[in-house]
Design a protein around this ligand. Structure first.
Ligand SMILES: [Zn+2]
Length: 206
């Protein structure tokens, strides 16, 4: 995946997606766009009411590279790593990914349904993909997340709350492990919830 210089790629895709997705498309201006085919309409016109925080790294034990983007665009090469053979046929996505450097990539417009939560339950409601926004942090259970990631996450959540007021509710942010307990462990023990809450409170001036 050699592609275009970042700025060129960004403006080309943004233009194309704006035209294709219509006025309702919601793209965070600070993110690069990398459209995923793994998405569809939210059922019954549901609005996002929940933000699900995930952590992912590919392959296991490594940061960097374009493998997460490739997973979410069904272009992972199963020959590049033994683990990729197991997951190359998955059809998954998240709305956004925040890399270790704090740079964000968006795969699915926030008003659409991304395929990130799987079997899940939040406040007694199943199928969390229907009404949630999935944000992946590049990370794992063994390592702390970076300052840049917390900063970008806070900025993104503030931006989302301005557009979807229900996301400002106290219980509107959960970890993948909270909605799929026993099945998922991300974002893991190193995700600092206190730091996220403090950052959101500080940034919003409350
Ligand atoms: Zn997850």
């Amino acid at each position: 995946m050699h592609g275009f210089p970042e700025a060129t790629r960004r403006s080309r895709t943004r233009e194309a997606m704006g035209a294709a997705a219509g006025a309702d498309a919601l793209w965070w201006p600070d993110a690069s766009i990398c459209p995923s085919p793994n998405q569809d309409a939210r059922p019954n016109g549901l609005e996002p009411e929940l933000i699900v925080i995930h952590a992912i790294r590919l392959p296991p034990g490594q940061f960097g590279g374009r493998f997460i983007e490739q997973l979410f665009t069904n272009s992972l090469n199963p020959l590049e790593h033994p683990f990729f053979e197991e997951i190359a046929d998955l059809r998954v996505s998240a709305h956004a990914l925040i890399g270790r450097d704090g740079l964000a990539t968006q795969f699915v417009s926030f008003d659409r349904r991304a395929w990130h939560a799987g079997a899940s339950c939040w406040n007694g409601r199943e199928r969390c993909n229907d009404f949630s926004i999935g944000i992946e942090l590049e990370g794992c259970d063994e390592r702390a997340f970076t300052d840049e990631q917390y900063s970008a996450l806070v900025r993104l959540i503030r931006w989302l709350r301005e557009r979807f007021p229900r996301l400002a509710a106290e219980d509107a942010i959960a970890g993948h492990s909270d909605i799929a307990p026993g099945r998922k462990t991300d974002p893991g023990p190193h995700f600092n919830w206190h730091r996220l809450w403090a950052g959101l409170a500080e940034e919003s001036g409350t």
